[in-house]
Design a protein around this ligand. Structure first.
Ligand code: SF4
Ligand code: SF4
Length: 385
């Protein structure tokens, strides 16, 4: 059974675009952000609306390939293609762009993109295990604050930052609670619906309203679960999806897993719980910029070297969500997730003895039949019915 509230989430993209149009008419500034490492609290404290610009659709890839190398990850090509074809309303509405030096493809793409709109690229440390990493990152965040103030004509003060931290922490907590509903067996929410509900939060013009909507969805899911209802039959294999980010339009693997008889109970990637488990310290005696720096540096992305946090998070999630198998999604030409897949495979096999599959693909539908055969065989191996 699908929660009736999901119909609202299905239409939220169009509603968010309309809201953004109205906000722009009221002279609100919009800050487009490309990565989970970009601290949205600074944009909020500047009185602006932060939106995610991560490309998740295949349509603009062809245009991007006229400028960028073809053997680049589809997420980079999609993000770039949207910008140069002016087909993403969120990009069009953005007054300022914030990006991060994560993988090589992305950071070099940003150099080209910066000629289209004003942009600031945060320089991430390569890892978190060096004594200077946090200090470096804090300085980068201070520079971002100056850039935002200069480009948006705004002042970012301590009160604004503390209010923004409270709001984003509330949003993370409610999103995490939504995710955690799927610890139930069978899961009350499909992985596709979980993604739809989580994904659209990155585009809410009014975060407080978005939080309220998710709270209503959670209430409905609780009622559904109390009646013992679920979109899945008992015994459906419970899958953890890890790897590259997935969004509306690039959910092909997630859909395939569920079409082939699995239930994606947890999304470990940046579109899922990875961005919800780490909260910002709200201690009033602490410099809010420092608290922001500490939180964002905890995100365990494969661009970090080493990246033990991802393996720790996956281990925790496997237990909490009583996972039967792990699907590791790698976008083609994403070297960091592709290489790190070996460490994930070793963890899943050696520590948990669970089935693991790595799927490498792009945003096109050309390999769907091939993927289907592999995914179906993988799911069949775990069927508990
Ligand atoms: S996977 Fe890494 S590079 Fe991509 S959005 Fe997440 S943190 Fe940023
Ligand atoms: S999926 Fe991989 S290659 Fe693509 S932008 Fe993210 S880290 Fe870079």
């Amino acid at each position: 059974m699908r929660p009736s509230m999901m119909k609202i989430f299905d239409n939220l993209r169009d509603q968010n675009i309309l809201d953004l149009e109205h906000a722009k008419r009221d002279n609100k500034k919009v800050v487009g952000m490309y990565c989970a490492y970009s601290p949205q609290e600074l944009a909020l404290a500047a009185g602006a609306i932060p939106v995610s610009l991560c490309g998740t659709k295949n349509e603009p890839v062809a245009a991007a390939e006229k400028v960028l190398p073809r053997n680049l990850c589809p997420l980079i090509k999609s993000s770039f293609g949207f910008a140069i074809t002016d087909t993403c309303p969120y990009f069009r509405f953005s007054d300022f762009l914030v990006a991060d030096t994560t993988c090589d493809g992305k950071k070099k793409m940003f150099e080209i993109l910066s000629s289209i709109k004003p942009m600031h690229v945060l320089h991430l440390p390569q890892g978190t295990d060096r004594p200077g990493a946090l200090g470096w990152w804090l300085e980068e965040i201070r520079v971002l604050k100056d850039k935002l103030e200069e480009n948006l004509g705004a002042t970012i003060d301590e009160d604004g930052l503390r209010a923004a931290i409270k709001l984003t922490n509330r949003e993370r907590q409610v999103m995490r609670k939504l995710h955690e509903m799927n610890r139930l067996d069978p899961a009350p929410l499909s992985g596709v619906d979980l993604l739809t509900a989580t994904w659209l939060r990155s585009f809410s013009v009014d975060k407080a309203e978005g939080i309220e909507l998710v709270e209503q969805l959670i209430e409905e899911i609780q009622e559904i679960a109390e009646k013992g209802l679920s979109p899945f039959r008992p015994g459906t294999p419970r899958i953890l999806l890890t790897g590259c980010p997935v969004g509306s339009g690039s959910e092909k693997v997630l859909k395939l897993v569920e079409e082939c008889g699995g239930s994606v109970v947890c999304l470990e990637n940046c579109s899922g719980i990875k961005t919800q488990v780490y909260l910002i310290d709200e201690d009033e005696s602490k410099d809010p910029l420092e608290a922001i720096a500490e939180r964002y540096l905890q995100i365990p992305c494969s661009c970090m070297s080493p990246n033990p946090g991802r393996l720790e998070l996956i281990s925790k999630l496997i237990d909490e969500y009583r996972v039967d198998g792990v699907v590791d999604l790698t976008w083609q030409a994403c070297h960091t997730y592709n290489v790190e897949a070996e460490l994930v495979r070793q963890l899943i096999k050696d520590k948990f003895g669970l089935p693991y599959i790595q799927l490498e693909t792009d945003y096109s539908t050309s390999d769907v039949e091939q993927l289907k055969t592999r995914v179906a065989a993988f799911i069949e191996m775990m069927d508990r019915s």
